[in-house]
Design a protein around this ligand. Structure first.
Ligand SMILES: Nc1ccn([C@@H]2O[C@H](COP(=O)(O)OP(=O)(O)OP(=O)(O)O)[C@@H](O)[C@H]2O)c(=O)n1
Ligand SMILES: C[C@](O)(CO)[C@H](O)COP(=O)(O)O
Length: 229
C-alpha cells in the first residue's frame, strides 16, 4: 500500500525544557528527526515525505536532510503556531490524487516501526481513516480543579499515537471543516470523528513513544542501547 507522509517537526519543544526544538536533539549520535525520517526513507511503500518545519530552522533542516542523504523528503513546508495548522499546511503540499493514502506522523516519535506503518496505511486504504493506538495501562480520572468528577472505564480507552492515516480526500475535508467550525483537536483523527466518519484503531506498540518530557529521552536511550545488545 503506497502512501505519502507528512512528518511534523515545527514545534517548540517547550515541555522538553531544553530551550530548543526537541526533534533536533541528539539521540545516540543522530538527531531525533533523523531516526524518525529513516523509517519512512527505507520503506519501499513510502513514495514521498513532506517535512513541516519552523521558518527559523529551515537552513538547519535543509543541511540535515542533505547530509543524511534522505532522498524522499520532497518538500519542506513552514509550520503553523499549532500542530493542527502545521498538519493543514503539510497536507496542502501533497500532490497525489484524492483517493491516495496519506499518513501524518509526529517527528517526535522516532520508534515507529514499518510493521505499524504498513498496518495503519492498509487500514486507511480500506476504511478511510485509521490510527495507531495502544490500550491504556493506567486508570484515567476526569477532574476539574483537582477534584475527581469520574473514572473512565479503562477497558474502552486507547492512547492515540501516530502515524494516523487517511484517504487524502477525507483528511483534507476534515481540516477544511475544522477551519469553518473553529474546531481544534489534539490529533487528526478527532477532526475526522467530528465529521461522523468512522475511524479504525490499529493496535500499535508501547515503544512508539512521543518524546515530550526529559524522562522520555532517558527511555529512548535505553531503547537504543537494548537494540545494540
Ligand atoms: N505548531 C506545531 C506544534 C507541534 N508540531 C510537531 O508535532 C509533533 C507533536 O507535537 P508536540 O509533542 O506537542 O511537540 P512540541 O509542540 O514541540 O512540544 P511542546 O508542546 O512541549 O512545545 C512534534 O513532532 C512537533 O514538532 C508541529 O509540527 N507544529
Ligand atoms: C497526535 C498525538 O501524538 C496523539 O497522541 C498527540 O495528540 C500530540 O499531542 P501534542 O501535545 O501536540 O504533542
Amino acid at each position: 500500500m503506497d502512501y505519502q507522509v507528512v512528518v511534523l517537526a515545527a514545534g517548540q519543544g517547550r515541555r522538553m525544557g531544553t530551550g530548543g526544538n526537541k526533534v533536533l536533539l541528539d539521540l545516540a549520535g543522530d538527531p531525533v528527526i533523523i531516526h524518525t525520517l529513516r523509517v519512512f526513507e527505507t520503506d519501499p511503500s513510502c513514495t514521498g515525505i513532506v517535512l513541516v518545519i519552523r521558518k527559523d530552522e529551515r537552513e538547519q533542516f535543509l543541511n540535515l536532510i542533505e547530509g543524511y542523504h534522505l532522498k524522499k523528503v520532497r518538500k519542506f513546508v513552514e509550520g503553523g503556531k499549532e500542530r493542527q495548522e502545521s498538519v493543514r499546511y503539510g497536507l496542502a503540499a501533497i500532490e497525489t490524487d484524492q483517493k491516495s493514502t496519506v499518513l501524518i506522523h509526529d517527528g517526535a516519535r522516532p520508534f515507529v516501526t514499518r510493521q505499524g506503518i504498513t498496518r495503519v496505511a492498509e487500514a486507511a486504504a480500506e476504511y478511510g481513516a485509521a490510527l495507531l493506538a495502544v490500550p491504556v495501562k493506567d486508570t484515567i480520572k476526569e477532574a476539574t480543579h483537582f477534584s475527581v468528577k469520574r473514572t473512565l472505564e479503562r477497558k474502552s480507552l486507547w492512547a492515540a499515537q501516530t502515524p494516523q492515516a487517511f484517504r487524502l480526500s477525507v483528511i483534507r475535508r476534515a481540516h477544511q471543516e475544522s477551519v469553518e467550525t473553529h474546531f481544534v483537536g489534539t490529533d487528526d483523527a478527532s477532526l475526522v470523528e467530528q465529521m461522523g466518519v468512522p475511524v479504525k484503531i490499529v493496535e500499535g506498540s508501547y515503544r512508539n513513544i512521543k518524546l515530550t518530557t526529559p524522562e522520555d529521552l532517558v527511555i529512548a536511550q535505553i531503547f537504543l542501547e537494548r537494540e545494540e545488545e
